[in-house]
Design a protein around this ligand. Structure first.
Ligand code: KG4
Ligand code: ZN
Length: 389
């Protein structure tokens, strides 16, 4: 069963074709990072307009890369929740229209749940040439747009290193993104229990905010991780939150502690405005703060994953969401858990259409499609509300 997956919940317009929830046939991601970085974060109205500009070319390229016409596609899966309302509307409208025109079943997919399913993609179409030559990576190839700034398209399967087998149930999932931090225990597809979640900031959000405080570019996760490589992770001692539910997270206190440490290090008190701090930091200090923050955040995630592993003895552990791209998280998790963890490639950890198409397949085994006339977006929807067994 070949499913075309459409993702547009935030600042990536992404479409992929996946066969049987496991084989990647194409993966096109048009990121708007270049557009939003000048504002230091995603501007919802700009994101929605940008999706409109590129959604059709991205869909067409995903079909072309997969060597498919609409006749080859068995169903469409689309993110309907959660996310920015304007962004979600663009993807779902495209999906609803295409489902009607081409008479395809339509499956509504929860974005956070889908992140976990990036780990189920273990094969790729080998014959597919990279749709981007190495020399073209990072250039605008689709829909430069009327702003002339465009976005960047990333795609191509040649460099993707995929896990060798699909995760087994029970499966412990650590979901860590810009909007979510949660530990979830899956007994089966659509049958899962939320063990714990963040009580305030998501961990990716904390990475993004800390990057701002120490003067690193948006998006904060990758730039903090890069600076941390050159820093001392034990230079600044930062606190870990203690919570009643041992699986819950809290990252807001860590972020504030880092702000206070930067103010203190630069000889200021807590009233000193954070936006004036980056100019006062040396590169050495910046790197040490990045490394110390990353160390504490990652250790917190791994502490809780390790506890859940001991308590529930899952057959497999997966990490999902943008922060799962973090190398230090992968390293520490592997070091502390007594099983071999296979990680999804970076391109499938941050937002993509492949994870939507992969989950679409498993969802379609158990659930009926929705009517293209009825599908509505839900900007804010807890993952547990969709448990579909
Ligand atoms: O899953 P995602 O692409 O979008 C959401 O659904 O939120 O996650 C984006 C988040 C951002 O907060 C970004 O800073 C973070 O993932 N991120 C990282 C890394 N790459 C992306 N955080 C830490 N280390 C990274 N290498
Ligand atoms: Zn995401």
């Amino acid at each position: 069963m070949k499913i075309l997956g459409i993702e547009s919940s935030c600042d990536e317009t992404a479409v992929a074709v996946v066969e049987d929830g496991r084989k990647l046939l194409s993966n096109v991601i048009q990121t708007q990072i270049d557009i939003h970085s000048q504002y230091g974060g995603v501007v919802p109205e700009v994101a929605a307009r940008s999706h409109i500009e590129v959604i059709n070319p991205v869909i067409n390229q995903a079909l072309r890369d997969a060597d498919c016409t609409w006749d080859d596609i068995d169903a469409i899966a689309v993110t309907y929740a959660p996310g920015l309302i304007g962004s979600l509307l663009v993807g779902t409208l495209a999906a609803r229209t295409l489902a009607l025109i081409h008479n395809k079943p339509l499956y509504p997919i929860h974005h956070v749940e889908a992140h976990v399913y990036a780990n189920f993609i273990i094969e790729k179409m080998e014959s597919q040439p990279n749709n981007l030559l190495p020399s073209e990576r990072g250039k605008t190839i689709i829909g430069a747009g009327e702003h002339g700034k465009g976005g960047r398209a990333i795609g191509g399967l040649r460099d993707l290193v995929l896990p060798s087998s699909q995760p087994q149930f029970p499966m412990l999932a650590l979901i860590v993104s810009g909007g979510h931090s949660q530990l979830v225990l899956f007994q089966d597809h659509g049958n899962y229990e939320l063990l714990g979640q963040t009580q305030d900031d998501a961990v990716g959000e904390a990475f993004d905010k800390v990057a701002k405080i120490i003067g690193l570019p948006y998006p904060g996760g990758p730039s903090v991780a890069k600076a941390a490589l050159a820093g001392d992770p034990h230079k600044y001692k930062l606190p870990k939150a203690k919570l009643t539910n041992p699986y819950d997270f809290s990252f807001s206190g860590l972020k504030t502690a880092l702000l206070r440490a930067v103010q203190h290090e630069t000889g200021n008190d807590y009233t000193f405005p954070s936006h004036d701090l980056p100019a006062l930091l040396s590169d050495v200090q910046r790197n040490d703060f990045a490394a110390s923050f990353q160390q504490t955040a990652v250790e917190t995630l791994v502490d809780k994953a390790e506890k859940a592993f001991k308590d529930y003895s899952p057959a497999s552990v997966v990490i999902a969401g943008g922060v799962a791209a973090n190398q230090e998280l992968r390293r520490q998790l592997q070091e502390r858990l007594p099983l071999n963890i296979e990680y999804a490639p970076m391109q499938l950890c941050t937002d993509n259409g492949a994870m939507i198409a992969a989950l679409g397949y498993f969802y379609a085994q158990k659930k009926d499609p929705v009517s293209p006339f009825d599908l509505e977006v839900v900007p804010s929807l807890s993952m547990t509300k969709t448990a579909w067994a």
